[in-house]
Ligand binder design. Structure first.
Ligand code: PLP
Length: 355
């Protein structure tokens, strides 16, 4: 059953579009003219409205700030050369949104309401979507607890909001990464599979240390032994080893069920390229890097897209991989994905949600 969403729209009288420099779009700093807000209270979602982007008033006691009942999503919309606007697989994000909500003891938002609310905002601010190569509109839905109450209990009230930012490429270079062996992002039984705000707060110190050591990113390993690969920064990690696409499985619930990860696996399946979702040891990746059996390695995420790994460091040794431009698999993925997202090629899986 599809519920139709009633959204009150208040348009800005001072559009910032004309003064925005689309040749200089630092990630996540430039917001479009509008944002969407809604409230959860008395057991239901209400007050869906689109208003001019700006500050919102909140109690300093909200439990999102004190206890981390907060999570988010990341989605992109693309402008095709004929002006068509598409959002990439928002239905997948709607499902994950509710998985995060459930784990954090927060209310679900019906999937069709999630998608419709995003489409309404993207439609209103469609002139903000850049059409240059590798540019898009980054969409940031989020939900957080708003009870002004310092007890450690699930809140009874919540806010849902959607912000949008025109963006260019996230990483502009090949990444130098290290295998993290001290810090842990997620543990079995924890909430690594949720896009929970707290997962990112806890990742900042290890990330900063890695940058101080000269790396661009770190590869997270399992919390028990630090011997199995999990993710790369805030993206999934994928390899081509011995002619097979391999990526950590979702079974232990310590990693995010990424939409980009799922998309790359689907493309590999389309091409008859062998895929394994399983435990991957650091030892086999390092052995593959040494022998040359590791022919591709990349991060996969909505913000990062397909981010090639140039070298992997482990126990003080740096292992260099081939030049990303010569990597058959990830180049084909990039080319195919771009073709679909920008409407240049067929979309056989129906991944584009046309606005
Ligand atoms: C968002 C995210 C990903 C990538 O998910 P996508 O749906 O592809 O954007 C992977 N890992 C983590 C930790 C993330 O936060």
């Amino acid at each position: 059953m599809t519920e139709t969403l009633d959204i009150k729209i208040t348009k800005t009288s001072h559009s910032r579009l004309a003064q925005t420099d689309f040749n200089n779009l630092p990630f996540g700093k430039i917001f479009t003219d509008h944002m969407l807000l809604a409230d959860y209270a008395d057991g239901e979602w209400k007050n869906f409205e689109i208003v001019p982007y700006g500050e919102i008033g909140l109690s300093p006691a909200i439990s999102a700030l004190h206890y981390g009942q907060a999570f988010f999503e990341g989605i992109k919309a693309y402008k095709h050369s004929d002006g068509t606007v598409s959002i990439f697989r928002p239905d997948k994000n709607a499902i994950r949104f509710n998985k995060s909500a459930e784990r954090l003891c927060m209310p679900a938002l019906p999937e069709d309401i999630f998608v419709q609310s995003i489409a309404a905002l993207v439609d209103l601010d469609r002139d903000w979507i850049p059409s240059a190569p590798n540019h898009s509109l980054y969409i940031r839905p989020a939900m957080f607890a708003t009870d002004p109450f310092l007890g450690v209990n699930p809140s009874a009230t919540y806010k849902y909001m959607v912000l949008t930012c025109p963006v260019g490429p996230y990483f502009s270079k090949t990444l130098r990464v290290k295998i993290e062996e001290k810090y842990t992002r997620a543990a079995e039984g924890g909430f690594g599979y949720a896009k929970a705000a707290g997962n990112y707060g806890g990742a900042m110190l290890p990330g900063k240390k890695a940058v101080e050591e000269g790396f661009d990113q770190l590869i997270w390993t399992d919390g028990k032994e630090h011997q199995y690969i999990e993710e790369m920064g805030a993206a999934n990690v994928m390899f081509v080893l011995d002619g097979k696409l391999i990526t950590p499985s979702l079974d232990l619930q310590t990693i995010l069920d990424g939409v980009t990860r799922d998309t790359v696996i689907a493309l590999a399946n389309d091409w008859g390229f062998p895929v394994e979702q399983r435990r991957i040891s650091v030892a086999e990746i390092i052995a593959g890097a040494k022998s040359g059996a590791l022919t591709d390695a990349f991060g996969a995420g909505t913000a990062a897209t397909i981010a090639p790994v140039g070298s992997i460091s482990y126990h003080g040794e740096e292992y260099f991989l081939s030049d990303p431009k010569t990597r058959e698999f990830s180049q084909k993925v990039l080319h195919t994905l771009d073709g679909i997202r920008y409407g240049r090629s067929e979309d056989p899986h129906g991944w584009n949600y046309i606005v």
